[in-house]
Design a protein around this ligand. Structure first.
Ligand SMILES: C[C@](O)(C(=O)O)[C@H](CC(=O)O)C(=O)O
Ligand SMILES: [Mg+2]
Length: 491
């Protein structure tokens, strides 16, 4: 887009009809976007990198392959990944939380870090890639072809309402990001031990969409090609904050048996489990259908697009004795019981797909049936929509799943997934890589350093790669030396 047309709604509309933008349904106008723009664009690095990411996804989709990557927590590993041939990088919120936050106060992955944490990590890694590429060019190392890898980053739940989301997206674009994922979780409430049957809590579909639209609006304001990934945790969610949205009705659980007390008055894990068993939780529609199969069609027709509260009134008009109570399972926080699963994920992904470039149902471990059900559910409605898949552990250590694991990428690519990533591998690989060297130095002192660190690294020196001290000292030093020579003795 030329600078003259930057503030023109017509040219914004023209941009929206280009291939990268045309699949997106915006609820706002080009006039609004134009009026919210700054006078100059500020997206050039990010745009170039995002277009590169888009072309990687296009290529793998065409080839029926999938782009595989891992998270990366530091610039050294990012450089190694470029050298060994990865094409994308992932910056994980969880791994940032564990190791390095903007307030220097790391912790478990609750997304409670300040919103600049992940953008700053992206910026560090992106700028390090620029430095490496400059170094290679200045030194003519033969590594000039090592590419800058597009970075996809974790935007969590957006760290607040629309203004926070827009600021976060702005920071990401400024950091050189190529893509980010935004989710439908309530930030900071995940239980790591599953106590009280609570794993993760969703916001209603409408709120999720508002997050995604806010992010897209900011991208549009910046004229940004950055890829937005709509992540949903509906597959594994156990609760939802509100029942207001009719699209969530098929997944809200209620008690079908009247119990003396509500869930919140039970104490301890086993009593709570017992309460749930006795309550015989079910969705409103399932319960009505199994209780009154003959009336179900009428119920469905009369309650089209109604949320659970509205639909329950109709159910009770049709059958005055009908019992279904979605209030009684509420937690002490007020959250409602939710039937997580692949259908819930598909339902959310299919609305999110209208405003996002990629959809992703986050779950831990690999489940081929769910991967397939999600892909089919999405592709039926949005043919060719880009999809992502994460593998976060969950395989047996005894090797019994090795063959299955080898086949995962081809299974996923045949289902249409374009991006496969290992969110926690960046931390583990750094840990494992250091372990051999550090153990050796600790056990054998200087000789350990010589045999396990400096000698192997010296072998790399000839290759001048990211593991070699020569690369970081002498080769990179030429940038400063050349600048000093250019400045000379002054004027
Ligand atoms: C992908 C993820 O968002 C991340 O921050 O890496 C985390 C990873 C994890 O908790 O293991 C997530 O899955 O929520
Ligand atoms: Mg995360």
């Amino acid at each position: 887009m030329s600078e003259n047309s930057w503030l023109s709604p017509t040219s914004i509309e023209e941009w929206w009809s280009t291939p990268s933008q045309t699949g997106i349904k915006r609820p706002y106008s080009a006039d609004t976007v134009a009026s919210l723009r700054d006078v100059f664009p500020e997206n050039h690095h990010s745009n170039a990198m995002a277009l590169k990411l888009r072309s990687i996804f296009e290529r793998v989709q065409k080839d029926k392959s999938v782009n595989l990557t891992t998270s990366v927590i530091d610039p050294v590993t990012a450089q190694i990944m470029a050298e060994v041939g990865f094409e994308t990088l992932y910056v994980s919120g969880g791994m940032s939380a564990n190791t390095d936050t903007a307030t220097d106060d790391p912790g478990p992955d609750l997304a409670d870090y300040t919103y600049d944490t992940v953008p700053k990590k992206v910026s560090t890694i992106y700028r390090s890639q620029l430095l490496h590429s400059r170094t290679a060019r200045v030194n003519k190392t033969g590594k000039e072809e090592i590419p800058l890898l597009p970075i996809i980053a974790d935007a969590d739940s957006g760290h607040g309402q629309h203004t926070a989301i827009m600021k976060l997206v702005k920071l990401f674009v400024q950091s050189g990001v190529s893509g980010f994922h935004l989710d439908d979780l309530v930030s900071g409430v995940k239980r790591h031990d599953g106590k009280d049957g609570l794993s993760s809590v969703l916001v209603p579909t409408g709120e999720y969409l508002r997050r995604l639209v806010a992010a897209k609006l900011q991208l549009d304001i910046m004229g940004s090609e950055v890829v937005s990934i709509a992540r949903t945790d509906a597959e594994t969610a156990t609760h939802i904050t509100s029942t207001i949205d009719h699209r969530d009705r098929p997944f809200i659980l209620g008690a079908t048996a009247p119990l003396k007390q509500h869930f919140i008055h039970t104490e301890g894990n086993s009593a709570r489990e017992e309460w749930k068993r006795e309550a015989r939780l079910s969705t409103l529609d399932d319960h009505f259908q199994s209780s009154y199969p003959d009336l179900y069609d009428q119920f469905k027709e009369e309650t089209f697009n109604m949320n659970v509260s509205e639909a329950l009134s109709i159910a009770q008009k049709l059958v005055s004795s009908f019992y279904w109570n979605y209030e009684s399972p509420r937690t002490s926080e007020g959250w409602y019981a939710f039937k997580g699963g692949v259908q819930a994920a598909v339902s959310r992904a299919n609305v999110a797909a209208n405003i996002s470039d990629v959809v992703w149902a986050c779950a831990h471990g690999y489940n081929p049936d769910r991967a397939e059900a999600f892909a089919k559910g999405v592709q039926e409605v949005h043919e060719g929509k880009w999809m992502a898949y994460n593998v976060t552990g969950g395989f047996p250590d005894d090797g019994s799943a090795d063959e299955q694991v080898k086949n995962i990428p081809s299974q996923l690519s045949s289902l249409g997934y374009v991006w496969l990533f290992l969110p926690i591998a960046g931390l583990t690989t750094v840990g494992l890589g250091s372990q051999t060297a550090m153990k050796s130095i600790k056990e054998h002192g200087l000789y350990g350093y010589l045999s396990q660190v400096s000698r192997p690294a010296a072998r790399h020196a000839a290759a001048a790669d990211g593991t070699s001290p020569e690369w970081w000292w002498k080769v990179m030093g030429k940038l400063a030396d050349d600048a000093a020579d250019a400045i000379g003795e002054g004027l």
